[in-house]
Design a protein around this ligand. Structure first.
Ligand SMILES: O=C[C@H](O)COP(=O)(O)O
Length: 293
């Protein structure tokens, strides 16, 4: 399909200075009203609790997922994380560990994190993750193609991969905003991903130096809003990569609240991908002495 043509139907991206001003405004709003237990509890429940390390093994991933599964029994007053996010070869392992809980299984796929492999390999990897039980799959948009202006080719990869998944499997497309850099490219990548079938757009793999930033989040959420206005389809936003503190989480929450509205503040439409924010968010929850992960 010719996706790039559809980009013309959308307004151009804001300039970097307009985005900076918007981030400053929203940062103040976050500090004024959203540094509180209610927001931190919701942010905790929106976490895709992530382990994506070369050290991962069946043993370590089982322990990681079991801790999350046991959390329900130990701390019923705190809503648990939304999903466990792992490499595709651990989908079955996590499935066994979280069986009987509402936690989802998120698999990265499609040659994560660089997406530099054959499209057939990407598609097969995603198909196998789904066959093994993944509820959600996080793939990376082809950044090289985006940087060289091959927009149709980048979006077509997403379309092909989407066909490997049943409609009820959630597809999150990582645009790697820190590599794209400009508001213009970040907006184009977000729109192309949505046009090609993404259920979520996600900031970063967490594997490059510049990962999630509030500036990228503002541009992505504006793209989600504009896509919704045109199509009526609600696409989610996932902040991932370098999200560390409860205040970081509250800022992304406030960006979504301000640009997309409260109806986006559900775990169906907002996630935080994080390997090390969980303890910090738990510690910020008033009265909680839980430090678990
Ligand atoms: O998708 C999740 C990211 O890989 C997590 O990044 P992080 O390790 O910087 O929290």
């Amino acid at each position: 399909m010719e996706y790039a043509n559809h980009l013309k139907e959308y307004a151009p991206a804001w300039s970097a200075s307009q985005v900076d001003e918007e981030v400053a405004r929203i940062r103040k709003a976050a500090e004024a009203r959203n540094h509180n237990t209610e927001v931190y509890k919701f942010c905790y429940s929106a976490i895709d609790l992530t382990t994506l390390s070369c050290n991962d093994s069946v043993k370590s991933v089982t322990e990681f997922a079991r801790k999350a599964a046991e959390f329900y029994q130990k701390y019923p007053h705190i809503p648990n994380v939304a999903s466990i996010c792992i490499y595709p070869s651990f989908v079955e392992t996590v499935g066994l560990a979280v069986d009987g809980t509402p936690m989802k299984i998120t698999s990265v796929g499609g040659g994560f994190p660089a997406a530099q492999t054959f499209l057939e390999v990407k598609a097969l990897e995603v198909a196998m993750a789904v066959e093994n039980g993944a509820d959600e799959v996080d793939i990376v948009l082809n950044v090289g193609r985006m940087l060289t202006g091959e927009y149709d080719e980048a979006a077509n990869e997403v379309e092909v991969i989407r066909t490997e998944m049943d409609d009820d499997v959630v597809l999150k497309v990582i645009i790697e905003s820190g590599a794209l850099k400009t508001p213009e490219l970040i907006r184009k990548a977000s729109l192309l991903s949505m046009l090609a079938g993404a259920d979520f757009v996600k900031t970063s793999t967490g594997k490059i130096d510049v990962a999630a930033t509030p500036e990228a989040a503002v541009v992505m959420c504006q793209a989600i809003r504009d896509y919704y206005d045109k199509t009526g389809r609600k696409v989610g936003f996932k902040a991932a990569g370098g999200v560390r503190t409860a205040e970081d989480a509250a800022l992304y929450y406030t960006i979504v609240e301000e640009i997309l509205g409260k109806e986006w503040l559900t775990t169906e439409l907002f996630r935080i991908g994080a390997s090390s924010a969980a303890n910090n968010i738990l510690s910020a929850i008033e009265g909680s002495e839980v430090k678990y992960f």
